[in-house]
Design a protein around this ligand. Structure first.
Ligand code: FAD
Length: 298
């Protein structure tokens, strides 16, 4: 079943991982992936070039393990900023050869001091190119419930988001957020703009203060008072911070699923034990939600 079809039948649950460093063997990630397999996610996406560190080979190799060794649909991230048309087509061919037909088409993180190629300056150009040249691929794109940091305002950002969808994006995955109301307001804006593809909510459990401060600084995502208090109170206890970060994410997920979200994309990255704990605490709400979706569709 294609991912687009899957969204019609259930509340999708997906995970994201990053490839190991170039110096580590690909197989080093296998125990992590095996633990993620026990969760049985609907798909696992693999980053490429996030923060300017990863490499294309690693993404293809990990996508191969996910798709063919774990038998879980893999989604390969494809950032366009530093690629030519030929490089994108070659990457799609490599993915095709390992039976991976799902990509997340992105502009990509800017690498300080590195000049973009100038072909895919924005994600909508890459989505259009892939859609026209490889219509057999399913294309996801990114969206921003707290507005993209470079956008002058929400109207501008949502206008460009609509361009990505019109160019052929089948579904959207949101950047992480900590305030569900921001996601609900954003969802309303997308509906007014005529964006009707499934939108997965991106949830990142923050389990240490430095991590969250770095991420919110890069992404511009605000930290709600409730979460700031948790960090202040528990930052010196690794265990308490872990428990509180997981509980906060679980709380977000239960609320989102109860409001009929299309899917949850968990940014636990390679921390499979955290992903497993979150899944164990939310599995029943996904199952209950899927049951009522099936009844509605019957
Ligand atoms: P775009 O859609 O191009 O948007 C970027 C900015 O440009 C926005 O402000 C938008 O409003 C504006 N804009 C869009 N189109 C136009 C246009 N036609 N004209 C003028 N302005 C326009 N980065 C990586 O490098 N590797 C990864 O693996 C990776 N994975 C990610 C996964 C997810 C789920 C998300 C949410 C982000 C990921 N990123 C990754 C980060 C992403 O590359 C950055 O957030 C980047 O800044 C924007 O990417 P985009 O695809 O949303 O860009």
């Amino acid at each position: 079943m294609s991912l687009t079809e899957l969204f019609k039948t259930k509340t999708v649950f997906s995970l994201e991982v990053f490839p190991p460093k170039k110096s580590s063997p690909t197989e080093a990630i296998l125990p992590t992936l095996k633990r993620l397999q026990s969760i049985n996610p609907d798909f696992i996406s693999v980053t490429l070039g996030a923060g300017g560190t990863a490499h294309c080979d690693g993404t293809v190799e990990i996508a191969n393990l996910i798709q063919n060794k774990l038998d879980i649909p893999a989604v390969a991230h494809v950032p366009g900023l530093y690629q030519t048309q030929e490089q994108v087509l070659a990457l799609l061919d490599r993915l095709d050869s390992i039976n991976v037909k799902n990509i997340l088409a992105l502009r990509g993180d800017k690498i300080p001091g590195k000049e973009p190629v100038g072909v895919f300056n924005h994600a909508n150009e890459l989505v259009k190119f892939v859609h026209e040249n490889r219509p057999d691929f399913s294309i996801a794109s990114a969206c921003y419930p707290n507005c993209h940091t470079e956008a002058p305002d929400f109207v501008d950002d949502i206008t460009h988001l609509k361009e990505k969808v019109d160019a052929g994006a089948d579904h959207l995955i949101s950047q992480l957020f900590f305030d569900n109301q921001a996601f609900y307001d954003f969802k309303e804006k997308t509906e007014i703009a005529g964006i009707h593809v499934p939108i997965e909510a991106g949830i990142m459990p923050c389990t240490n203060k430095n991590q969250i401060e770095r991420i919110t600084q890069i992404s511009g995502v605000p930290i709600p008072k409730k979460f700031a208090a948790i960090m202040d109170r528990y930052q010196n206890s690794k265990e308490a911070m872990l428990d509180a970060g997981i509980a906060f994410a679980v709380d977000q997920i239960i609320d989102l699923v109860s409001q009929g979200v299309d899917g949850i994309h968990l940014y636990t990255m390679n921390k499979s034990k955290i992903a497993k704990r979150i899944w164990d605490e939310t599995q029943s709400v996904f199952e209950a939600s899927n049951l009522s979706k099936q009844t509605e569709n019957a």
